[in-house]
Design a protein around this ligand. Sequence first.
Ligand SMILES: *Cc1c(COP(=O)(O)O)cnc(C)c1O
Length: 366
Amino acid sequence: MSVDFVRLKRGYDLYAQEYEEAALRAMRSGWYILGKELEEFEAGFAEYMGAKYCIGVNSGLDALILAVRALDIGPGDEVIVPANTYIASVLGITENGATPVFVEPDRYFCIDAEQIEQAVTDKTKAILPVHLYGQPCEMDTIQTIAEKYGLYVIEDCAQSHGAVYRGKKTGTFGKIGCFSFYPTKPMGALGDSGALLTDDENIAQKLRALRNYGSAKKYVNDICGKNTRLDEVQAAVLKVSMAHLQEGNAWRNRIAGMYLEGIENPLVRLPETRNGAEHVYHVFPLLCERREELQRYLLDKGIHTLIHYPIPPHLQKCYEYLGHRKGEYPLSESYAAQELSLPIYAGMPDEEVKLVTDAVNSFRED
Ligand SMILES: *Cc1c(COP(=O)(O)O)cnc(C)c1O
């Protein structure tokens, strides 16, 4: 028997009829871009999350790019970002010509809020916390520092749909919250898409123009924008995904509970949850000094795992021009060397969770 890292078909099958009805409805409507499905989805997602405005776009990366652009952050400006994030968080900054300033993570894999202040310079315009793996960052301290220095907060919520910190959903703390609906994310579409949340009416208007060539009024362009719209079929599908987000989050939390209770191996460090945080476990990250051996050992038993992420952004070739060196962010680099993600997704059966648990427990020193 083999255990896949994720089997999207299982999540789809849980609600297949609803997905199919939604997609057919949109397909048969005769209206495919910027229509009723998107309007309804945007209103529903904003309300669900507790924000005033939602703007649907083509991907999570485009959401990040537009967020930075809408706040007029560009060449010469600095944005503070965790050193251990997925590359897209950083691309959102550099695609606008701004400079990422990396800060080490805390023991919960999120940006270490205590180290942000010393990274602030007179060029800093924003802090971009990433609620990595589905766990909220320490937003109280981040908000306090942002207020003290007059910085924007742009949240990367691509992995944290529905995660809560002290009673408030991620994506509603900062000026703008950015979401991805890539199919494997806690709330996924059946294709690419993303969205932004904000309470600021002017920013919302600007984002709506930016996703549509920069045009607020047809054939009138005050600013230069992109074409990055969330289409009607995906918007219809996303209404179904949104309706079942809580069930999916509960499913993954139950699996996480089984792993946390069942895994006992001195060679492995289990993830912890911050006080006041409701985790949604997009990823279940282990730390193991002999990660490559553990990964191979599990694979020999038919269990597929992934690494999130093997190379931190500051060591990627594409960011050579930033001039960082190996050893500059030692904690991020050690997470990159030790992290291993176990299978965890809505639709994963308990028997497979038990197989994974037993296999991790039987990994021994030899
Ligand atoms: C997935 C992801 C993104 C990018 O989202 P896409 O929809 O794939 O473009 C950005 N940031 C993080 C942390 C992600 O996990």
